[in-house]
Design a protein around this ligand. Sequence first.
Ligand SMILES: C[S@@+](CC[C@H](N)C(=O)[O-])C[C@H]1O[C@@H](n2cnc3c(N)ncnc32)[C@H](O)[C@@H]1O
Length: 333
Amino acid sequence: MADFRDTLILPFEKGILPFPKEGENWLILNADTLPLTEPALCDLVQCEQGFRSSYLALKAAGYEVAARQPTGAALDGCLVLASRTRAVNEGNLVRAWNDLKPGGVLVFAGDKTSGVQPLRKWLSQRVGTLESLSKHHAVAFWAVRESNEEDIEYEAPETRQGDFYVSPGMFSARGPDVGSLLLAEQFDKRLFGRVADFGAGWGFLSSMMLDRCDQIEKLELYEADWESLQAAEANVGERGTYHWCDLTTEAPRGPFNWIVMNPPFHSGRAATPDLGRSFIEAAARALPSGGRLLMVANTNLPYENTLNGLFKKVERKAQAKGFKVIEATKGSR
Ligand SMILES: C[S@@+](CC[C@H](N)C(=O)[O-])C[C@H]1O[C@@H](n2cnc3c(N)ncnc32)[C@H](O)[C@@H]1O
């Protein structure tokens, strides 16, 4: 994550805002581990973090964290770290403000790429006085909720795409991805038995598999993003089983007959083929001899070396619109 965490704690370090006190109710939305302060914030705040790897990092650092914290908590303070999606940031600002008790403080931090200035303007049109400071190429702004200030009225964005439940911030929130559509063209009766969807998102590939592959007995969805997994559950229903899992560090419980995936290749804004490679490695570990991996990737992503090192047979099944579909069969070790 871009380091606006230092900027978030600046108003506290400078003594402009008082540090949280023991017995108060503070929450961090889109939480991440924070720089060390005196007193230590990790002992004084609750965290919400739905992305599994960040959630695990918070836990390991000693924070109290949940994928989703209850709303309506009468907060003394709420700290919000910017996400990459405008609608998610707006939703978090509204939720934070509406949950503050009188005198409670909302602090937001983000950088240029998270659109912090337009968000500051957006909030200033809805609440009283906003203050801000900038440092480390980032901005923190904050507002204290006076007792006469109202909740912000906010119409949350549409959460349906045709037949599917989807929210802003999820992968392909505006409808199925071109690569995933190309991959789904390969779904047929060959997919059988126990099948896993790695990085299942809101469940597009799983839904397509259940429509097109009647030999599937058990379908297991693995996804790091909690909200996406909830959407997948709503979209795919009881025929799937759902695992909130960081596939780069947590081993799925195979063995599977088939694994299907459109692996992530971005961490934040940076393209990182390493993420896709660790998905391929996780798939190779969870497939027995004869098990198959069916995946799609941008044609320019160099996954073949990794696949050839781990699988007996690697075949390109389709290529179109900048994507390639690859099927790889596991040999005996
Ligand atoms: C390219 S999207 C594909 C989503 C969905 N399968 C589809 O085709 O529409 C990759 C998915 O992997 C998830 N993801 C990213 N890192 C992950 C990780 N370490 N473990 C599990 N899932 C992860 C992302 O949240 C995202 O939903």
